[in-house]
Design a binder for this molecule. Structure first.
Ligand SMILES: Cc1cc2nc3c(=O)[nH]c(=O)nc-3n(C[C@H](O)[C@H](O)[C@H](O)COP(=O)(O)OP(=O)(O)OC[C@H]3O[C@@H](n4cnc5c(N)ncnc54)[C@H](O)[C@@H]3O)c2cc1C
Length: 274
């Protein structure tokens, strides 16, 4: 049953569904949503954004795809009302969980999450789950360090911005906290929003070598971050997860492969469409 829907921006929303039965899952996995309306059933996979702690209430972060069968229905007010009020003939079912895009509990390396758009969803589940585990861990447990790079076309499409910013500020204010989050939101069409003063460019761009900046000029913010990531990221100390747009995922794998990261061992990937 649809329990809630938060519009992040036009064509981008967070959906919360209550399940009839528990569906235990691991952070990073996806479920298949089966939507029935007007005698037709459409199934599509969606990464679960909520923490595995509550396996009866699932959260999803979904964007509207033009002419998309499922997403047009999820943006149809008549269908949404029918789901909320449980009208006969309109329903959602979930099957799963599925997928191996998960954290390896035996891997203690620091985590780098690279997401484009709604590719952030599995990372929200992972971060929330790590935060809960950290809060329950005994004092003296080594903090888990997570760097999250989230790319969106415009600032308004940076969903979960507030939650991730708060986590980062808490990490800075409380160094003893057992989850240390560095949040790097970046916008690929900054010219369309002159108020944006943050990082510019696609998510994968931040992993590229900044090259030689002109010596006279002050380095750009992006070049500072790129230089920092270039110096810090090593397959011995970091494991990288990339999710979302297939182009972003391919670019992350290509850029990091050139630096000695090996696919599967050091880079884990999840693509949303071919
Ligand atoms: C493992 C997995 C997890 C996923 N998790 C999420 C998630 O958390 N959030 C989310 O929003 N989507 C997610 N997706 C994508 C989702 O399953 C659907 O493909 C998407 O919602 C479009 O479905 P649709 O029925 O509206 O479009 P369709 O009718 O299936 O597709 C219409 C056209 O749009 C193209 N297309 C499909 N998806 C996109 C897209 N995102 N952007 C641009 N073009 C597209 C298709 O190739 C097709 O040509 C995931 C996919 C996979 C494989």
């Amino acid at each position: 049953m649809l329990k809630g829907r938060t519009e992040v921006a036009p064509g981008l929303a967070i959906f919360r569904f209550e399940l009839a039965r528990e569906m235990p899952f691991k952070a990073g996995q996806h479920a298949t949503l089966w939507l029935t309306h007007g005698g037709r059933t459409v199934p599509r996979p969606y990464s679960i954004a909520s923490s595995p702690r509550n396996s009866k209430m699932l959260e999803f972060y979904i964007n509207l795809v033009s002419e998309g069968q499922m997403t047009l229905s999820l943006w149809d007010h008549e269908i949404l009302l029918a789901l909320e009020t449980r009208q006969p003939g309109t329903s959602v079912e979930f099957t799963g969980p599925k997928g191996r895009f998960m954290l390896d509990p035996a891997d203690e390396r620091d985590l780098v999450f690279v997401a484009s758009g709604t590719g952030l969803a599995p990372f929200m589940s992972m971060i929330r789950s790590l935060d809960e585990e950290g809060a329950a861990a005994p004092a003296g447990t080594r903090p888990r360090r997570v760097c999250i790079v989230h790319g969106a076309s415009l600032p308004v499409y940076l969903g979960y911005h507030q939650e991730l910013s708060t986590l980062m500020h808490d990490s800075l204010r409380h160094p003893a906290r057992r989850l240390a989050v560095t949040y790097l939101p970046t916008v690929s069409r900054p010219h369309l929003d002159s108020a944006w003063g943050g990082l510019k460019g696609r998510a994968e761009y931040l992993l590229e070598d900044p090259g030689d900046a002109p010596r006279s000029a002050l380095p750009k913010l992006e070049d500072c971050v790129r230089g920092l990531l270039l110096t810090m990221l090593r397959p011995e100390t970091h494991v990288v997860y990339a999710c979302g747009h297939p182009g972003t995922v391919d670019n992350v794998v290509r850029i990091l492969s050139e630096r000695g990261f090996q696919a599967d061992r050091d880079i884990k990937r999840e693509e949303y469409y071919p």
